[in-house]
Design a binder for this molecule. Structure first.
Ligand code: MCN
Ligand code: CUM
Length: 796
């Protein structure tokens, strides 16, 4: 008789365990950067530029220095004496820490004040007198490449214009030939507007340099503490072992907390100069105006089609507006992230993509927002293009997708842009989604409603997305290979601590990593504590973004647990007085093959590791694993929305949204559902209400929550989630694929396609996001496309 433990009861794989971190979060006992107070701590505030592009003729800080309680006023000139006026970005560009020559976007950091409290520091910032000579402003790629455009980055000797890169991938000639064979060529141009992750907690840091020990400790809001440690060591030329980066609880990251920001650097230098802890906490406007902008890309594409619906080729061109500094965090081989993951779900013989990146007088953009390196833009364009192509062919939306899907037995599949997808059941997911939405019935209802003047629409978005960078052969950031790690220590009583190189920001790692240990070792999840985010204790890792934690760090957790199990087996053989080959494992217990009643628990093995190990065995039960995944993981998703559009106001309501996500084996189904719902909510916000735009002078419209809208429970629609399709990842030790970004990536197209479907027959081909009521109304009333980023509109 098996005495294996019940995996769900002990909180193993598949258990919808309540999130352990919520015990402190919902009690208000989280420990965020701003909760930390150190003895003798000073406070830093940043003076930002009011202008988008201007030469600095002078900065007079004398009045700020005179204010009682001010300890230091930092300017670019002072930073320059330490070689810190500029810093390298994660995309091999440079970014001003504090402006010296010019300001290049509204909200750029010009000076900092460090004072006894943040109020004094703020007042002192206002006392700094800066004289600016305004320069012409560029707010989009078209202006950036226009004749006579001012060169924004005249600080770089080699820069003669505003182009950052021209990059291409795919087979241009083959694509050309395929287009020559096409029966139908479908075209689409759209703009994915600037958006902002807008986590509840803004960015911040507390730098604490101790002259006596030479140790620099920095508490900061970072999704990748080890990368920051390396950056500080290399840029500030401090010894790496004397730098400790601690990322305490993070109040949401969503990509906003991947880059290195000037505020971090200034607080570090200030602490070194003053030999006191210096705290910087960004305010909401600072966060919305200067950090972490995503997207802002113009996408232009064509699809070559055979009359029967077969896709022959795809051509994409895009113009990305990066703002004043190219600071995307992305694998170094790729200039436009993984945009070329577009169309990976479809069997397309040949494709070509050309991308141009340009500077503008806007804050660094394209950075990251729940996207796995521009996958959001890739999948949005893909699914809008699929809808347009099906319409051009007069084909059913679902049928067109199904016919072009990569088939279940066609894996591994090489995409036309060179990715290798390895598993999926795309048609099955689509069937589940169509059934759940009541596809046939809705189409009938839609036709009947039309006759009565009501506009109903249905939008489908189906996609597979690459989550979990590395492998290290192809993926690195600034040359640092993308793998991850886990360290497991089992104490003598069988309790354990697991540490990884990832950093949770709300995703629930403290809950789910314990579940993986539980699955591998049979130690109840509640006996396993998870710790991340302290570079002095966590093993080296690349951090949490691109939904890489489960695919990479999570895999390392399973692998280190397996190492522990291998050693525990030797301990078990010793305790049971049999040879190792005669020992069998079942969850939580080793037993003698020929006498299954004779066994020892994993906890007994742990005790033996400290009290009764065999002669010659190294004591203790701990280990570390580094994991370099063979491939990315490729979850698949189907999102289908139905909407009703009010033609008299342009307001649209979601009637139903169905989500079918196949992310392989689910560690914690409840957490996975939470991730999907969060992503669908953010997708709804992007499609429906959010935009950050700029007027002709480069003033940022959207730097506060009156203009930049966050959806609350009140306006967010309900979602129906389906989990019945599970295609385990063939190379992940527990078969899991990433999920953290899927719904934010695939969601927007479902909503937009639904609204466009409601407008079918009116001649309107595209409305760019956000689909604000006035834009939808304009499209319906004037029967025309509405494009561009309001209020700077292409048709004005
Ligand atoms: N999970 C699971 N089973 C799977 C896959 C994942 O149970 N098959 C669980 C994981 O164990 C983890 C969570 O789901 O607890 C998300 O896992 P994963 O897909 O690996 O993503 P990461 O943990 O790497 O999180 C990063 C991802 C990104 S890149 C953004 S952006 C984003 C997102 O997560 N930011 C978030 N979701 C967020 N959720 C919250 N609450 N806050 C953020 O800042
Ligand atoms: Cu692209 S935002 Mo997440 O990868 O941190």
């Amino acid at each position: 008789m098996s005495q294996a433990l019940d995996e769900i009861k002990i909180g193993g794989l598949g258990a919808s365990r309540k999130r352990v971190e919520d015990n402190r979060f919902i009690r208000g006992k989280g420990n965020y950067t701003d909760d930390i107070t150190l003895p003798g701590m000073l406070h830093m505030e940043i003076l930002r530029s009011p202008l988008a592009h201007a030469r600095i003729s002078s900065i007079d800080t004398s009045k700020a220095w005179d204010i009682p309680g001010v300890h230091l006023v930092l300017t670019g000139e002072m930073m320059a004496t330490r070689n810190l006026a500029w810093m390298p970005t994660l995309s091999y560009d440079t970014q001003a820490v504090l402006a010296t020559d010019k300001v290049r976007f509204q909200g750029q950091e010009v000076a900092c004040v460090i004072a006894d409290d943040p109020y004094i520091a703020k007042d002192a910032c206002e006392a700094i007198e800066v004289e600016y000579e305004p320069l012409p402003v560029i707010v989009n790629p078209e202006q950036a490449v226009a004749e006579g455009a001012p060169v924004i980055r005249d600080d770089k000797d080699s820069q003669r214009d505003n182009v950052i890169y021209d990059w291409e991938v795919g087979d241009a000639a083959g694509t050309e030939r395929a287009f020559a064979q096409a029966d139908v060529v479908s075209k689409l141009r759209l703009h994915y507007p600037r958006s902002h992750p807008s986590p509840i907690e803004c960015c911040g840091s507390i730098a604490d340099f101790n002259r006596a020990t030479s140790k620099l400790t920095v508490y900061m809001t970072t999704q990748a503490p080890h990368i920051i440690r390396a950056a500080v060591a290399l840029v500030a030329e401090l010894p790496e072992h004397m730098i400790r980066i601690i990322s305490p609880d993070i109040g949401g990251g969503f990509g906003n907390k991947v880059p290195v920001y000037p505020g971090y650097v200034c607080s570090i230098l200030a602490s070194i100069l003053l030999e006191r802890p210096v705290k910087w906490i960004e305010d909401k406007t600072g966060n919305l105006i200067s950090t972490g902008f995503a997207r802002d890309i113009y996408l232009d594409g064509e699809m070559a089609l055979r009359r029967d619906g077969k896709i022959l080729a795809v051509r994409m061109r895009c113009d990305a507006d990066h703002g004043a500094f190219f600071s995307d965090a992305q694998p170094s081989k790729f200039k436009i992230g993984l945009l070329h993951s577009a169309f990976a779900a479809y069997d397309i013989p040949v494709a070509h993509l050309a991308a141009r990146g340009t500077y503008s007088n806007k804050a660094p953009g394209g950075v990251a927002y729940r996207c796995s390196f521009r996958v959001t833009e890739a999948m949005f364009f893909q699914e809008r293009m699929m809808q347009a192509a099906a319409d051009d062919l007069g084909m059913d939306q679902a049928e067109f997708r199904r016919m072009n899907f990569v088939k279940d037995d066609d894996f591994p599949h090489r995409t036309p842009f060179g990715f290798l997808t390895d598993s999926g059941q795309y048609a099955k997911c689509l069937d589940v989604g169509l059934k759940a939405i009541g596809y046939e019935d809705f189409r009938r209802e839609q036709a009947e409603a039309r006759n009565r003047g009501r506009l109903l629409g249905l939008g489908i978005s189906t996609m597979t997305e690459p989550l979990g960078a590395g492998n290290s052969r192809e993926y690195d950031i600034l040359g640092i290979k993308m793998f991850d790690s886990a360290e497991l220590k089992v104490h003598m009583t069988g309790k354990a601590i697991i540490r990884t190189g990832a950093r949770t920001q709300g995703q629930g790692h403290e809950t789910t990593w314990a579940q993986i240990v539980s699955h591998e070792l049979g130690i109840p999840a509640e006996d396993v504590v998870v710790e991340e985010g302290d570079t002095d204790t966590a093993p080296f890792g690349m951090g949490t973004y691109a939904s890489r934690s489960t695919p990479v760090a999570g895999a390392a957790v399973a692998m280190v647990a397996r190492k522990i199990r291998a050693k525990a087996r030797r301990l078990a053989a010793h305790l049971l007085e049999v040879s190792e080959e005669d020992v069998e494992w079942e969850l939580g217990r080793f037993y003698v093959r020929s006498a299954p009643d004779r066994g020892v628990t994993i906890q007994e093995c742990a005790m033996a590791a400290y009290s009764n190990m065999p002669d010659g065995m190294e004591p203790g039960l701990e280990n570390t694993a580094y994991y370099d995944p063979p491939n990315l993981t490729w979850p698949f998703a189907v999102y289908i929305a139905t909407v009703e559009v009010d033609p008299s106001t342009g307001v649209w309501d979601v009637l139903k949204l169905v989500a079918v996500d196949d992310c392989g084996v689910r560690i914690n189904p409840m957490i996975v559902e939470g991730q999907i719902m969060g992503g669908l909510t953010e997708a709804y916000a992007m499609a429906n209400m959010q935009f950050i735009t700029f007027d002709a002078e480069g003033n940022c419209v959207g730097s506060n929550y009156m203009d930049y809208l966050l959806p609350t429970a009140w306006e967010t629609p309900g979602f129906e989630l389906h989990s019945e399709v599970v295609t385990p990842c063939p190379h992940h030790p527990i078969g899991a694929k990433g999920i953290g970004e899927c719904a934010a990536v695939g969601g927007p197209a479902a909503y937009v396609n639904a609204v466009m479907d409601a407008l079918s027959g009116t001649g309107v081909r595209n409305i760019d996001m956000p689909l604000l009521p006035d834009r939808v109304w304009e499209a319906i009333t004037y029967r025309r496309d509405v494009s561009g980023a309001p209020p700077v509109r292409s048709d004005d």
